[in-house]
Design a protein around this ligand. Structure first.
Ligand code: MV4
Length: 611
């Protein structure tokens, strides 16, 4: 095993790799840019070297600077993490020729499987189903039209050096071919320095399923189950889970065996992921039957963000095995030993504003209090007071939840996300809470473009308002006085913590119990506030009065035909251990009542309709 490993990365993955090193008794070397001088991964390492200014091209992507740091530290291995240089086969080749050991796949295998066209060729040779289309690059729009004549529209023109959605142009008809071809060639050249493109039949509404691979230098090639990464937004994964809730055991075995064949064919070693598209032509509701169509998509020749899902399900520490395999060790378990236990879901915690098209957010994490408890893992590299800028990727942490099955996992996820307390920096946590009450996500009938095509932005905006009123209140109208008040009240001997966000109200002395002295010491999501200060757990704009959070109806105080005035209580909703009045924000006649006492409601469910 190595004595000392340099981690050529930053953030949570750098800490993740260093933890694996620490457990193996390997000394750790961090590299950092000027912007990361006080970053968590620097503090965690045994030694650290500055490699340049904040701009990634001048630091984390500067191959010479990284190699110089490895020499100064007298490291004997380099682990790239993910992103930055992790899939740069030229850098891998550089390291292979140096005195350092590359902790990753051989450069040749990276090059062969990193190119979309040669990867398709390798998979075809290994009898792995690939999306119908060309394996070699096409030279003209006419060749694109010929493929479409064979397989029908839509077709996808893809950059040979592409991935992650860049250099992918969908063509729906003949008259779009020429412009689409030119666009794909231009994007390939611009993003990947490679103008070559190829054509595939475009698979509509697929699920994105990937298989985790681990292979050593002794001919052992294993898979560690699959991950379902279908919940994405504009090619950015937000939630990954395993095992996939839509695959039958037969399909699961099929893609696992195909992934092993494919990477073995390419001489791949170390950790990697084989991506597939899974689609069922026989269903039209997004569900997948026992024998869907499975198509190879591409290989990721690195450890991925979502490797944690496979670790929680199998108990295998993938990063430690990366280090062991790179050091020449043999994998000590067989495919038959790999057991998938329970269900796991990873939620990416990005500093982004979901209600503003997931625009990057910056700020100071004045409060950072991640969840804990059974089955809850948080991989992060931030701490209270951290300044989060826009220099690098927006992901600041990953919440990984593991439980006995998907139902328990989603329930545990709701609890963990409710505990995940951040202030001073907008994150996607409210979006994740919303998804946990989204019917399609709950019944796993979403598809890769579900968020792009079918999730109403207003729903996301309402969810964000519900769970982070302080930030949204300030951002809504910064020159308006926004006063937050927290009251601890007792009603009939029962204790309630009530948080009010008052706009334009008189200044008040801050309460002495702060915002976090609730029963569990956690900030509970404050409720929307109706005019009279009563707590509304719903909004009544327009015709429907809807639930703004998941909960149980304790009582319904109106019936069809009743006249209601603004502020009248419609019903009482029990949520997050509190009783919340659902009030009408405008008057009207009750046209219908959609709930009854004792029923559960999800966020966005209609409670009554007013006319
Ligand atoms: C496809 C596809 C459907 N048909 N290729 C997305 C980026 C890269 N991983 C390849 N991707 C896809 N390739 C064919 N022939 C669907 C995807 C895809 C996707 C496409 C658009 C928007 C979001 C997506 C998420 C995952 C996969």
């Amino acid at each position: 095993m190595f004595n000392k490993a340099l981690v050529a990365n930053r953030g949570e993955i750098a800490v993740r790799v260093m933890r694996a090193c620490a457990e193996l008794g390997v000394q750790t070397v961090a590299v950092y840019s000027d912007a990361d001088r006080d970053a968590e991964h620097v503090r965690y390492a045994d030694e650290a070297y500055n490699i340049g200014p904040a701009r990634a091209a001048d630091s984390y992507l500067d191959q010479e600077a990284v190699l110089e740091a490895a020499e100064r530290a007298d490291a004997d291995a380099i682990h790239p993490g993910y992103g930055f240089l992790a899939e740069n086969d030229e850098f891998a080749r550089c390291v292979e020729k140096s005195e350092f050991t590359w902790v990753g796949p051989p450069a040749d295998a990276m090059e062969r499987l990193g190119s979309k066209t040669s990867a398709r060729q390798a998979m075809r040779e290994a009898d792995v189903p690939v999306v119908p289309g060309t394996t070699d690059p096409v030279e003209s729009p006419a060749e694109v039209s010929a493929v479409a004549d064979d397989f029908g529209y839509p077709v996808a023109i893809k950059a040979a050096g592409g991935g992650g959605g860049r250099g992918l142009v969908v063509v729906h008809s003949e008259d779009e071919v020429e412009d689409a071809f030119d666009t794909a060639v231009r994007e390939g050249e611009a993003y990947f320095g490679d103008p070559r493109v190829y054509v595939e039949k475009y698979v509509d509404r697929p699920r994105h399923i990937e298989v985790q691979i681990l292979a050593d230098q002794h001919g052992n090639v294993l898979h560690l189950g699959e991950r379902d990464c279908t919940l994405q937004r504009r090619h950015q994964k937000l939630v990954e889970e395993g095992p996939s809730p839509v695959l039958s055991d037969g399909t699961r075995e099929r893609i696992g065996a195909a992934a092993r064949r494919g990477v073995r064919e390419a001489g791949y070693t170390n950790a990697g992921t084989v991506e597939f598209l899974v689609v069922d032509e026989d269903t039209d509701d997004g569900s997948v039957g026992a024998d869907p169509d499975v198509y190879f998509l591409e290989v990721n020749t690195r450890i991925q963000v979502e490797h944690t899902v496979s670790e929680m399900l199998t108990g295998v520490d993938l990063v430690k095995w990366q280090l062991r395999v790179a050091a020449g060790e043999e994998i000590s378990f067989t495919q038959e030993d790999v057991e998938i236990r329970g269900h796991a879901v990873e939620y990416r915690i990005n500093a982004e504003k979901p209600e503003e098209e997931f625009a990057p957010a910056t700020g100071t994490l004045s409060t950072y209090d991640p969840p804990g408890g059974i089955g809850v893992r948080v991989d992060d590299a931030v701490r209270p007071g951290e300044e989060v800028g826009g220099d690098y990727d927006s992901m600041i942490a990953k919440l990984i939840v593991h439980a006995s099955d998907r139902e328990e996992c989603l329930a545990r996820s709701k609890r963990a996300l409710a505990e995940y307390n951040t202030e001073g920096l907008r994150t996607v946590i409210p979006f994740h809470r919303l998804m946990l009450s989204d019917e399609r996500f709950q019944n796993a009938t979403h598809w890769t473009r579900y968020l792009d095509e079918a999730v109403d932005t207003d729903r996301i905006t309402n969810a964000v308002k519900m769970y982070s009123p302080a930030e949204t209140a300030e951002s809504e109208d910064d020159d308006e006085d926004v006063v937050e008040r927290t009251f601890t009240v007792e009603v009939d001997g029962k204790r309630f913590e009530v948080e009010l966000t008052e706009r334009g109200g008189p200044p008040v002395a801050p309460t002495d119990n702060g915002r976090h002295d609730g029963a569990h010491g956690r900030q509970r999501p404050p409720q929307a506030t109706a005019d009279d200060g009563s707590q509304s757990a719903a909004t009544a704009g327009g015709e429907q009065v809807t639930a703004e959070m998941q909960g149980t109806i304790l009582s319904v105080t109106v019936a069809e035909g009743d006249e209601v005035e603004p502020g009248d209580v419609i019903c009482v909703l029990e949520a997050m251990k509190m009783e919340n009045d659902v009030v009408a924000e405008r008057g009207g006649t009750v046209a219908s009542v959609a709930v009854a006492e004792g029923e559960s409601v999800g966020m966005g469910d209609t409670i009554v309709t007013l006319e």
